[in-house]
Write a protein that binds this ligand. Sequence first.
Ligand code: B12
Ligand code: SF4
Length: 497
Amino acid sequence: MAKVLLIYPPWYTLLGMQCREVPLSMAYLAAVLKRAGHEALIYNADVSEVAQVRKMDIKLDAFKQYQASLYDVGGRFWQEVGKAMNAHHPDIVGIHMKTASFQSGVNLATLVKKASPKVPVIVGGPHPSMVPEDVLKHEVFDYAVLHEGEISMVNLVNALAAGRAPTDVKGIAYRDGSGKVVRSPGQEAIKDLDAELPFPDREAVLDKNLYVPESYGLCFTSRGCPFECIYCDSPKFWGRKVRYRSPDNVIAEMVEVHGKFHTAYFKFYDDTWTLNQKRGIEICEAMIKAGLPAKGVTWQCTTRADCLGDDLAKAMKAAGCAMVNIGLETASDRMLKVIKKGETREEIEAGVKLLQKHGVPVNLYVMMGLPTETEAEVEETMKFARDLKPNSLIPSIATPYPGTELYEVAKKDGFIQSDLDWAEFFHQSPKMGLSRAIEPQRFMRLKDRFLNTSDDYNTWKVKMGMVRRGSVLLLRDPRTFALKLVRKMMPAAGPAV
Ligand code: B12
Ligand code: SF4
């Protein structure tokens, strides 16, 4: 038996933000480790009392502050992590890592090794899965688990706990005796998600006082995406063959989470929740049958506009769907082809309007800085996105994550240099953007305008919505109005991006 401390690295906190969500990666790993007889605790270093600001401030000053906090290893964020290590004395540490949190992961592993040099440090998640050789150059990491982590992590921890060299464990990478990074044979994907996976162990999180009921509402009901958008690493990570959980299994998890944590808002983080529309309708019907909407449970999901139909949108509304996140990315049909989105702007417009017709609110993802994109195309995206009247805009600057086709484009383009800093790789970073058709200084100004336009639009939408709903409620029911106002002033669980 081993005591495993799973650490979700700080990232939003370094930007001065809060993300009060229980990460599914850690909760799934905790569940399978416990099932295998180990002890598992989740230390979420990205939920903190220190950070208070909710809006993502991407101005240059905030970026400099982020870098300063990241590299100030004696600073307050890192001291907190050091304290957690000393408090729990784990036998094994597991660290989650996205590209943006690479440096954060290195800092954490360094602290772990400083506190307990013999404790093996295992890293997993999107970044090490794509570039394990690069990650394992850092000797503070002992093993990388590649792609889907549950089976490999349990096998690796079993081996380490038994004092065995994990040479027979599939789906991992490590340094051999000569220091060379080797990959073991790939681990087969879990075939039957219902039968082989327990529900995520959300109770394994430490510092429960930092969470609110909706922090526990993240849910993943399918793995994989059949599309091939060039900026996205999901199909490379999970594969293009989609594996689904059954509607009954999904509802059982929702009922359990609602019962245990009083969670009344769920976020389905599947890549394309409505890929199989028949299944989408079945889940909605099962939610109604289980009485979830009647108990005030609402939810959001992410999908593509071309994976929606009238019956499905109607069912979603009836089942309490409160938001659908849709990727428009760009309003230019030429750019939609460049990014291999596999959709036209008309199709996206139709999907958004269909949801709006059924009264389902829509968040729209928009992107700029794509290869060959012109200023006129960026302007077109801003205008078209606003004209679609979504409930909010979620802007991104094109970022070439390793493993994506965009990364290969960026390599050819000279954007990826040997001195690159992975901490700069995120969607609001002033360092991102791959359009060479726009002169650099102009590009910086356009980028600011793109981000500000979305911010202004969102602020305006929120104010308008509050005024509209507030005046109706105030007239009808002043007491509920006052209660809602107080609740609104309390911080929400997580950011959009
Ligand atoms: C939900 C989500 C979010 C939520 C996270 C909420 C939360 N607290 O968990 C929000 C919206 C806040 C978010 C933010 C960001 N996200 Co995000 N997000 C996702 C999404 C849609 C699902 C993640 C998820 O929960 N999956 C389900 C779990 C079970 O899978 P998993 O996390 O991958 O974990 C499995 C394996 O990776 C592995 N594993 C993971 N960690 C570890 C650790 C160890 C030790 C081991 C052994 C194994 C292991 O085992 C797990 C079980 O199989 C993915 C896309 C996707 N389909 O996965 C993008 C994704 C992970 N996000 C991405 C990005 C870029 C970001 C941002 C940087 C965006 C930005 N602002 O620029 C930020 C970074 C935030 C941060 N703190 O680092 C990219 C990452 C690409 C990359 N190379 O880094 C992805 C892949 C999207 C994409 N398609 O490109 N995100
Ligand atoms: S952006 Fe969405 S649809 Fe495109 S490949 Fe990624 S997950 Fe699939």
